[in-house]
Write a protein that binds this ligand. Structure first.
Ligand code: G6P
Ligand code: MN
Length: 445
């Protein structure tokens, strides 16, 4: 089985490859193709992978190429994990918004819109090529903003593209743990958009255990989301929000904190990773050691109070790096081997959340088998959550319209209609600011 990884020179690729190395079963991935635009990044990551596989007898082969069509031909699965504009782009997404006094963050608010505007045209081009060159392949989209990018690709690939995120499963795991339940046996009633969803229940053997958590202040205050949102607010909501909702519910405080931070998260990671790729230019460098050191440094920041991104608080050790690659592998196995399972994924709604149209990509528990991911019908959201979901889906649709037409007015509209952008004039200046720094937005005229 051939797996193609787009963004194959990315820093997290060794996590994916490491997970593949633990799979020895029939029907596993035997061939990995890395694709990236940047030769030196491919070279760096390929060196790490070569060291990872040196002790594993049945390790998947690895090849690397900068030719996209060649990478896609014959693929059974495609992991799309690109970052258009790199971490420099992410740092600019954050900086321009913060300078305007609005949230500058990788996927939420103005920063997420800017990231979406430059990523959608590239993702659409990939989707078109997959449809032509590997029509039977399954595309697993890691690329952020994941819900929006998955929807853009689904217009060309239908339900053969599935978006993933590690945050819902991490949240479900934390809730199960504080309740003393086995996360594997729990059904997590979660729904919304990517980075904009709520856990409304957690059922073990048919019984909802969430009310027990909401009733117990000690339990409720003991885990990441309890500390982040506060016991009283969680009780008022009657649900546990995804950590990214902190940016909505405590917007003013986060914006201020980010404005005062010495470096944005994107700038921190840009500098940190640049050192790794630089080190990899030395032919004698110990690749796996250098990568692992950089990874550990990055993960240590998740534990710090000052983490300049979602969930500014701590994450427990189990959640570190246990994310995307595990979800992706579980999904790939379920499809390739028809191993039925339930996963929270980004797929076309198909009536599961009735307030949105059937083509809108949402994040929802899905039954997965050889035929793909089938969203489970869920109870409606309360009005306040429906309002946010519909507003942000409306913004995503404007981003898609702008990417398709190249219309600057549509781009302004996308920013202006976002609940975290408080003036049309701010939206206009954001478009000015972003088009000035991002070559990937030149298409906006
Ligand atoms: C979580 C989110 C991802 C996001 C990442 C950022 O894992 O689910 O969508 O990209 O956090 O982490 P970073 O270390 O890059 O700030
Ligand atoms: Mn995510």
């Amino acid at each position: 089985m051939k797996l193609t990884i787009l963004g194959g020179g990315g820093f997290r690729v060794p996590l994916v490859y490491g997970a593949l190395l633990t799979d020895h079963a029939e029907g596993r991935v035997t061939e990995v193709v890395l694709h990236d635009l940047d030769d030196s990044r491919l070279y760096a990551v390929a060196r790490v992978l070569a060291e990872q596989r040196s002790t594993v007898a049945d390790a998947p082969t690895v090849t690397a190429t900068t030719d996209l069509d060649e990478a896609l031909r014959g693929a059974d699965f495609v992991f799309s994990a690109i970052r258009v504009g790199g971490l420099e782009g992410r740092a600019n997404d954050e900086r321009v918004a913060l300078a305007e006094g609005v949230l500058g963050q990788e996927t939420v608010g103005a920063g997420g819109i800017a990231y979406g505007l430059r990523t959608v045209p590239v993702a659409v081009d990939i989707a078109r090529r997959v449809a032509r060159l590997a029509p039977d392949a399954w595309v697993i989209n890691f690329t952020n903003p994941a819900g929006l990018v998955t929807e853009a690709m689904s217009r060309h690939l239908g339900d053969r593209v599935i978006g993933i995120c590690d945050s819902p499963v991490g949240l479900g795991r934390r809730i199960a743990r504080v309740l003393g339940a086995n996360p594997r046996e729990a059904f997590i009633d979660y729904v919304g958009l990517n980075h904009l969803g709520w856990v409304r229940g957690l059922r073990v053997a048919g019984r909802d255990e969430l009310p027990r958590l909401l009733a117990d202040s000690d339990l409720l205050g003991s885990f990441e989301e309890g500390k982040l949102f506060g016991v009283d607010w969680l009780r008022s909501l009657g649900a546990i929000p995804n950590e990214y909702l902190h940016y909505y519910y405590f917007n003013r405080e986060t914006v201020r904190a980010y404005q005062q931070a010495e470096k944005t998260r994107g700038a921190f990671l840009r500098d940190q990773q640049a050192r790794f790729y630089e080190e990899m230019r030395r032919p004698d460098a110990a690749a796996l050691t250098a990568w692992d050191r950089t990874r550990a440094e990055r993960e240590a920041t998740y534990m710090s109070e000052n983490r300049e991104t979602a969930g500014a608080g701590e994450r427990d050790a189990d959640d570190l790096s246990g994310g995307y690659e595990k979800v992706a592998l579980a999904l790939m196995r379920a499809i390739a081997r028809d191993e039925r399972t339930t996963l929270i994924l980004n797929v076309r709604n198909q009536g599961a959340l009735s307030v949105l149209d059937t083509d809108a990509v949402i994040e929802v528990p899905c039954l997965v088998d050889a035929n793909g991911a089938h969203p489970v019908a869920v109870a409606p959201l309360p009005d306040h959550a429906t309002g946010l979901v519909c507003a942000v889906k409306g913004v995503e649709r404007e981003v898609l319209a702008a990417a398709e037409s190249g219309s600057r007015a549509s781009a302004v509209k996308a920013f202006a209609l976002h609940p975290l952008v408080d003036s049309v004039n701010v939206a206009r200046r954001l478009v000015e600011g972003y088009t000035a720094v991002h070559p990937g937005l030149a298409y906006l005229g």
